[in-house]
Design a protein around this ligand. Structure first.
Ligand code: S3P
Length: 191
């Protein structure tokens, strides 16, 4: 855990984690509570291609999506305080991790596998789960990524039993405890 980094430049907050972790919804809650600018790499990539993520995968392939994802991170304006919502595969490229590390406190939204899968399969917008055996695919992906998430995270939140708002509060509380100058942010909570 890079506590020094949290203390030194705890300005932006990056959310990482598996599909179904709640990154987008929690990102919106954090945005409301902090007023930080919200960037969502999936939304940026989708807007740049002019099509939804599943179509990008079908028409251009995963590699092109990954390149665009890296481009979205690299071209994000960095002078603002940001909430950076990432796609579940952002940790697959070291260059992505380097960008995130240089700009933000990295928060891993985790949950038990059953919960993650249940949430991830609610919508049919996850191309990596459009297989004959989505449950198995999910398990394999999670297995190959858990260590990556764990290695780069400054903070881990188990979201299994929490609402999005509770997760946002848990993040801000942890940041405050870590002396991250977020006392003022906690003060802006509405509930
Ligand atoms: C992906 C997760 C998706 C999206 C793409 C690939 C992944 O984002 O970036 O479908 O590799 O885990 P969410 O984590 O928001 O579902």
């Amino acid at each position: 855990m890079r506590y020094w980094m949290v203390n030194r430049r705890g300005r932006s907050i990056a959310l990482i984690g598996m599909m179904g972790a709640g990154k987008s919804s929690v990102g919106r809650c954090l945005h409301r509570r902090t007023g930080f600018v919200l960037h969502d790499t999936d939304e940026i990539v989708s807007a740049n291609f002019g099509m939804p993520i599943p179509e990008i995968f079908t028409e251009h392939g995963e590699e092109k999506f990954r390149e665009a994802e890296t481009g979205a991170l690299r071209h994000m304006r960095t002078e603002e305080q940001m909430i950076i919502v990432t796609g579940g595969g952002i940790v697959l490229r070291k260059e992505n991790v380097d960008v995130l590390r240089s700009q933000a406190v990295i928060v891993w939204l985790d949950a038990d596998e059953k919960t993650l899968f249940a949430r991830a399969s609610q919508k049919r917008n996850r191309p990596l789960l459009q297989t004959k055996h989505p449950r198995k695919a999910f398990s394999q992906i999670l297995g190959s990524r858990r260590t990556l998430y764990a290695n780069i995270a400054d903070i881990r939140i188990d979201t299994s039993a929490l609402t999005d708002e509770e997760v946002a509060v848990a993040i801000l509380t942890k940041l405050r405890r870590m002396n991250c100058k977020s006392e003022s942010l906690i003060g802006t909570e509405t509930s």
